[in-house]
Design a protein around this ligand. Structure first.
Ligand code: ATP
Ligand code: MG
Length: 163
């Protein structure tokens, strides 16, 4: 488990930037946190880093539930927001099985129920001491436990602080 203080939005974006090159096709990142916690901001920065397009339009999948991108490594990059899912198996109609071959970012992963893959990296954002501050906890599940432990420090920039 890695815990980091994010003093502002730049820090959240910097963390996503730093994580991006360590991901691969077949990986799933579960983005947890309340409404407005910063899940979409984190995903947006990660998608821009993976596509190599710093100004790419990355709308929130609030209403579409999923947005699809191609990243620079040739991975299909799927960004889900499952807040509005009524039942886990509705995700199958959104292309879930195909998505799992690509790189998957999921907001509100609790909506997946038993469909949540065991191998996943959980990024949990919670409010910090000031309006723009967040606290993030990264947890590796399944095969991600060892991978997270092997990652070089994600918190060594001045803008990020390891707790
Ligand atoms: N350190 C920070 N990290 C992330 N977002 C921040 C931070 N500080 C302020 N914000 C603001 O908080 C808001 C986060 O919104 P965002 O849409 O990313 O939340 P969300 O977790 O995706 O919510 P939802 O569950 O509704 O999808 C944005 O307006 C963003 O500018
Ligand atoms: Mg969101």
């Amino acid at each position: 488990m890695i815990q980091i203080d994010l003093p502002d939005l730049n820090a959240t974006q910097a963390l996503a930037d730093r994580l991006a090159p360590h991901l691969a096709c077949g990986d799933l990142v579960a983005l947890e946190g309340d409404l407005g916690a910063g899940k979409t901001e984190f995903a947006r920065a990660l998608i821009r880093a993976r596509t190599g397009d710093a100004t790419l339009d990355v709308p929130s999948p609030t209403f579409t539930l999923v947005q699809l991108y191609d990243d620079a490594a040739g991975c299909a990059l799927w960004h889900f927001d499952l807040y509005r899912l009524q039942q886990p198996d509705e995700v199958l109609e959104l292309g879930w099985d195909e998505a799992l071959d690509g790189l998957v970012l999921v907001e509100w992963p609790d909506r997946l129920g038993d469909l949540a893959p065991i191998d996943r990296l959980t990024v949990r954002l919670v409010a910090g001491p000031r309006p723009d501050a967040r606290h993030v906890t990264l947890t590796g599940h399944g095969r991600w436990a060892a991978r997270l432990a092997d990652l070089p420090s994600l918190a060594d920039a001045a803008s990020l602080r390891s707790a």
